[in-house]
Design a protein around this ligand. Structure first.
Ligand code: MG
Length: 230
């Protein structure tokens, strides 16, 4: 597509909704530090564990696709313990405990929000528990950088359910036809936006393999968030 900005202008888009995880915030940043924390916890829970096993678990965690398999299930499997065993749960808690410390902006995301907001009203529509997503929003000050924040846990509906976008439209007093949603997931962002009658802009994952769009064809695809302004 020659120009995403022109495409959005032709559609008279006035509100842009953005996914949070892996669209604005890189949730996979700090995987090394998080897996190292998991290894330390395993050695605390079981001081006799062979370090060769925790090394293997660390490597399996790093190699795992964080979205499909998950790093900690792969970690537990390579450690040779059940995924719901005491040691695996303790390791997972250690892995999750430092997520807020290691999250980073997706490249270019921080710089794009002010110029984008000069042209559009902005929203975040994110799936996840209230207690998990809001701390991420606040860590990056996103509540002040966009006009509306919709966390699925607050509403009891998740993307791709169109109802979550209907909550946004009601809150913003916006029309679906003049609203675009940008996200990395075909199955939640693109499918959900389409189901709600929004313009679906796909931002394919940068660091991992991504889904085949299949029937959920996005209306537009971007390579970087800056494409929204060009
Ligand atoms: Mg996402």
């Amino acid at each position: 597509m020659a120009s995403i900005a022109k495409f959005l202008a032709d559609r008279e888009i006035a509100l842009i909704s953005l996914d949070l995880d892996d669209t604005l915030i890189d949730t996979d940043a700090g995987s090394v530090a998080r897996l190292e924390a998991a290894v330390r916890r395993v050695h605390e829970v079981d001081p006799h564990v062979d370090p060769a096993r925790t090394r293997a678990a660390f490597e399996a965690g790093m190699l795992a696709n964080p979205v499909t398999v998950g790093r900690m299930p792969a970690f537990a499997d390579a450690l040779g313990v059940a995924r719901d065993s005491e040691v695996a749960v303790a390791a997972r808690d250690a892995y999750n405990a430092i997520i807020l410390d290691v999250l980073e902006w997706v490249e270019g995301a921080e710089a794009i929000l002010a110029p984008l907001r000069a042209r559009y009203r902005l929203a975040i529509v994110t799936n996840g528990a209230t207690d998990f997503q809001w701390p991420k929003v606040r860590k990056f000050g996103l509540q002040d950088l966009v006009d509306y924040v919709i966390v699925s846990g607050d509403y009891g509906v998740r993307k791709p359910d169109p109802a979550i976008f209907e909550h946004l439209l009601a809150k913003a007093g916006a029309d679906a036809a003049r609203t675009a949603h940008v996200g990395d997931s075909i199955h939640t962002d693109v499918a959900g936006a389409r189901a709600a009658g929004l313009t679906a802009v796909w931002y394919p994952p940068r660091h991992r393999e991504h889904d085949d769009p299949g029937e959920h064809t996005p209306h537009a695809v971007i390579e970087t968030l800056a494409d929204l302004l060009d």
